[in-house]
Ligand binder design. Structure first.
Ligand code: SF4
Ligand code: SF4
Ligand code: SF4
Length: 505
C-alpha cells in the first residue's frame, strides 16, 4: 500500500476489508508514514457487513461488496485532512482503593519510576484481604499482605492517603484533577494526575439465609477459614456447606465465581486438620474453573461428599440441641434425607461495594450489579470507557487474589502506555458546535454519555475537544443540526446513500 501511495501520488485511500474497529489504526498509520493525512482513509467493511452475514449466498454477497466499495469511494472524495491536538501528560497516577489490586497497581507503576497517589477510604490498607487467611494453594494471605503493605508504605514514589474520599473529579486523559477529602480532620486536597486506576474492591455478601445472624454454628466461608486457622478442626465431626448463597437468584443473577473454590479450599483444610471429619457440600453446579478442577477432584478423592440440590427446593436447616439438622432431597436416590452437622458454612457470594457516588463523580460505567465496567471485554479489558481510566480487582468483578494481582499488573501496564509519553495526540474525530444555530435546548447536554457538552456564558452549547469521545450521539440528537462530528459530517454520509441509490430513484 505504501508503494502504491508513493508511486501513484494518491490523495485518498479506500480499503475494502474487515472491521475498522480493529484495523483502521494500522491503515491510518500507513497513510501517515507516507506523508498523507490519516483521515483521508475510508474503509468498506466487506467482512462483518457482507461475507459473514451472506456466507450462504456468495453471488449476491459479491454484488453487495461492489456496492459497499462504490459507497466508500464516494465518501473518500468528500474527506478533508483533519488536524489532531497534542496535549502534555502529567506523569503522576492516582489509584483509588488500597486493597490487593490497588497496592499491586501502585507498585507496578512506582517500580517503573512513576509517582503514585494511593487513596484508601478506610483507616488501613488491605481491603477485603484483611479478612482472608489462606489460599487454595495453601499460601498465607496475611504474610503476603503484610509484605505488600510494607513495600507500598515505604516506597519513595507512593503517597498513601487513608480515610480519604473522592469528592470531585475533572479533566481528561493526561490531565485529570481529583479533589479528595482526607481524614481525620478532614482537609481537602487537589491531586493533578495523568491516569486513574479504579481498584475499590467488593465485599462478601452478608447472608440473610439460614439464620446466619442468629446462630454461631452458621458462618460464611471466610469466617470458617478464620475459625480453622484459629481453632483448628478437632471440634468438627461433621460440616455441611451450602453453595450459591446470595448469588444466582433473582436479586443477584450472577455466579460469584469464587465461592465454589472457597468451599473446596475449606473442605480440604478440614480434611487435612482432622481426617476423620465428614464434609458435605450442597451445590447447584460446581464451578471450579481452569486448574481449580484438580482441587475438586482431590476433595472427592478425600471423601468430601457432594449433594446436588434443585434451586426450587434448597436444603432446609433446623436448630438441634447440639448442632443443626439439614433436611434435603437426594436427587440420585430421589428421597428426602436428614443430616446432623456441627457447623454450617454458607458459600456467600461477592457483592459490589456502594459505588454509585464514585461512579457519578468520576462518570464511570457500571454493570447491572454495580461493578465497574470495562470498555470492551476482549479488546480493552482493563480500560474504562473514558480514556486514561483503568479498572482492576474485584471492583470489576469477583476475583481470586492471584487473578486480582494479574489484572492490577495489566492495569498498571496499560496506564504506563499513557504515562510513558510526555505528550498525547488527541483524535480529531470530535463533535463541533455551530453556536449560531444552537437553541440551548440542553438535549446534547443530557444525551452525551460522557457529560461533555455544557451551555457557555454566551448561551450556546460548547464541547471540550479533549473530553469528547467522538461517539456522535449529540450530533444525531441535536434538533437544530447545530452539531457536526468531524469525519462523519452530513455530506460525508449522505453521499454514500446517494451513491447506493444512484439510478434507483
Ligand atoms: S462460584 Fe459456585 S457457589 Fe459461587 S455462585 Fe458460582 S456456582 Fe454458586
Ligand atoms: S442539542 Fe443542539 S440546539 Fe440543543 S443545546 Fe445542544 S447544540 Fe444546542
Ligand atoms: S460526540 Fe459523543 S462524547 Fe462527544 S460530545 Fe457528543 S455525545 Fe459527547
Amino acid at each position: 500500500m505504501k508503494e502504491s501511495i508513493r508511486e501513484h501520488r494518491l490523495n485518498r485511500v479506500v480499503v475494502a476489508a474487515c472491521t475498522p474497529k480493529t484495523h483502521e489504526g494500522i491503515f491510518m498509520d500507513t497513510l501517515q508514514s507516507c506523508g498523507l493525512n490519516k483521515y483521508l482513509l475510508e474503509m468498506a467493511n466487506i467482512r462483518n457487513q457482507d461475507s459473514w452475514v451472506h456466507s450462504e449466498d456468495p453471488g449476491q454477497a459479491t454484488d453487495k461488496a461492489r456496492e459497499l466499495i462504490r459507497m466508500a469511494v464516494s465518501r473518500a472524495g468528500t474527506l478533508n485532512p483533519l488536524q489532531e491536538k497534542v496535549i502534555t501528560v502529567n506523569q503522576r497516577a492516582l489509584v483509588l482503593g488500597g486493597g490487593v489490586a490497588g497496592m499491586n497497581a501502585a507498585l507496578g507503576l512506582a517500580d517503573q519510576g512513576y509517582e503514585v497517589v494511593l487513596v484508601e477510604k478506610e483507616k488501613q490498607l488491605g481491603g477485603m484481604a484483611n479478612r482472608l487467611t489462606f489460599t487454595i494453594e495453601g499460601d498465607d494471605v496475611q504474610t503476603y499482605l503484610k509484605g505488600l503493605m510494607e513495600r507500598v508504605t515505604t516506597h519513595p514514589l507512593i503517597q498513601v492517603l487513608t480515610q480519604a474520599l473522592v469528592v470531585g473529579f475533572s479533566g481528561f486523559q493526561g490531565n485529570f484533577t481529583t479533589e479528595v477529602l482526607v481524614g481525620p480532620g478532614p482537609y481537602q486536597r487537589k491531586i493533578n494526575h495523568g491516569v486513574t486506576i479504579v481498584a475499590t474492591g467488593a465485599s462478601e455478601y452478608r447472608p440473610r439465609e439460614y439464620d446466619y445472624d442468629q446462630s454461631e454454628k452458621v458462618m460464611t466461608q471466610v469466617e470458617l477459614a478464620r475459625h480453622l486457622k484459629e481453632q483448628g478442626a478437632q471440634n468438627l465431626n461433621r460440616v455441611a456447606m451450602i453453595q450459591c448463597i446470595g448469588s444466582r437468584n433473582e436479586e443477584n443473577p450472577n455466579c460469584s465465581r469464587i465461592c465454589c473454590q472457597s468451599a473446596i479450599k475449606n473442605a480440604l483444610k478440614i480434611k487435612k486438620l482432622n481426617p476423620e471429619a465428614e464434609v458435605f457440600i450442597f451445590y447447584r453446579d460446581i464451578r471450579t474453573y481452569g486448574l481449580l478442577e484438580t482441587y475438586y477432584k482431590e476433595a472427592r478423592e478425600q471423601g468430601v461428599v457432594f449433594f446436588r440440590f434443585d434451586p426450587e427446593s434448597p436444603p432446609q436447616v433446623a436448630q438441634a440441641e447440639d448442632g443443626l439438622v439439614l433436611t434435603f432431597r437426594d436427587l440420585i436416590l430421589d428421597r428426602d434425607l436428614q443430616l446432623k452437622v456441627d457447623l454450617l458454612a454458607l458459600s456467600a457470594g461477592m457483592v459490589a461495594n456502594e459505588n454509585e457516588e464514585l461512579a457519578s463523580i468520576v462518570k464511570l460505567a457500571q454493570t447491572a450489579e454495580g461493578y465497574f465496567m470495562e470498555a470492551h471485554v476482549k479488546l480493552r479489558p482493563v480500560d474504562m470507557a473514558t480514556e486514561g481510566i483503568f479498572v482492576c480487582g474485584s471492583a470489576h468483578s469477583p476475583k481470586l487474589i492471584k487473578e486480582t494481582i494479574a489484572q492490577a499488573q495489566a492495569a498498571a501496564s496499560r496506564a504506563t502506555t499513557f504515562l510513558s509519553r510526555k505528550q498525547l495526540t488527541l483524535s480529531a474525530v470530535i463533535a463541533q458546535v455551530k453556536g449560531d444555530l444552537c437553541a440551548a435546548c440542553l438535549i446534547c447536554v443530557r444525551s452525551c454519555p460522557y457529560g461533555v457538552p455544557r451551555i457557555n456564558a454566551q448561551g450556546f452549547s460548547e464541547i471540550d475537544e479533549a473530553l469528547c469521545h467522538g461517539c456522535g450521539i449529540c450530533a444525531a440528537e441535536c434538533p437544530a443540526k447545530a452539531i457536526e462530528l468531524n469525519w462523519y459530517e452530513d455530506d460525508q454520509l449522505l453521499c454514500k446513500i446517494d451513491t447506493l441509490l444512484e439510478g434507483a430513484l
